[in-house]
Design a protein around this ligand. Structure first.
Ligand code: FPP
Length: 240
């Protein structure tokens, strides 16, 4: 291993904004779809490396609530890549003890994607290895809005006492309720913003930005991000 990573201090949850597929393709005079295809290859590498390092949860921002604004052809490409990825790889992921979950409004995805997601979830739900958590039709503001609606409903019907609502209550109503907040958030391709990803959960996350486009990100780049993370001083607002 090129980077001296302490395996006992690997982030439990890494979340990634996989950016730059389009720019990668443009730089090679290829269609944007080739960039997304190459991006799937990077997902394979990064998932394997996270598994090897002992990361417990890997959340990937695969399709945001804003991505519907892209041309239909590109949206279709992304949906097809998603469904074929799940269709072709769920079995092998299952054999490697990977648990597949999603966050976001998956009911709003095309039927074939939704059925592959349901199948992957059902098959892998009792696995104890890494949790591959795909953010699909996900937007953090929408997730918070949905949580507020549910909290109000439960308060109205007496299931929840307004005086007892605290930060943990809010977490319970978010779609990320069963996973710890991300320790490390990685964004590729030079952009340094959250773009509506995990805005509640990222309060104390460490951020790692790299100029590398997602299709060029690899095992070594992931190690570098983890190494830099391990050398940060996380104080959570307190003192050392
Ligand atoms: C960002 O690049 C990438 C995306 C919006 C989608 C990521 C999706 C995949 C890698 C494939 C499908 C997912 C799975 C889980 C199999 P961009 O298009 O915004 O790049 P640009 O900013 O350079 O144009």
């Amino acid at each position: 291993m090129k980077y001296d990573i302490e395996l006992s201090k690997v982030p439990a949850h890494i979340a990634i904004i996989m950016d730059g597929n389009g720019r990668w393709a443009k730089g090679k005079f290829l269609p944007r779809s080739a960039g997304h295809k190459a991006g799937v290859e990077t997902i394979r590498k990064v998932l394997k490396e996270c598994q090897r390092l002992g990361v417990k949860h890997l959340t990937l921002y695969a399709f945001s609530t804003e991505n519907w604004k892209r041309p239909k052809l590109e949206v279709d490409t992304l949906m097809n890549l998603l469904s074929s990825y799940l269709k072709n790889e769920t079995r092998v992921l299952h054999e490697h003890n990977v648990r597949i979950t999603t966050i976001g409004s998956v009911d709003g995805l095309p039927k074939n994607c939704k059925s592959e997601i349901d199948r992957a979830y059902e098959l892998t739900k009792f696995n104890t290895g890494i949790n591959l958590n795909l953010a699909l039709n996900y937007g953090a503001r929408q997730d918070i809005k949905n949580a507020i609606i549910d909290i109000v409903k439960d308060t109205k019907c007496g299931k929840l006492d307004i005086g007892n609502i605290d930060e943990d209550t809010i977490k319970k109503y978010l779609s990320t309720n069963s996973i710890p907040d991300p320790d490390l958030i990685i964004r590729t391709s030079g952009e340094e913003r959250l773009s509506n990803f995990l805005i509640w959960e990222a309060s104390y996350s460490e951020f790692y930005f790299t100029d590398i486009h997602w299709p060029d990100f690899n095992e070594e780049e992931l190690q570098k991000a983890v190494y830099i993370y391990q050398n940060r001083d996380r104080r959570f607002g307190g003192l050392k």
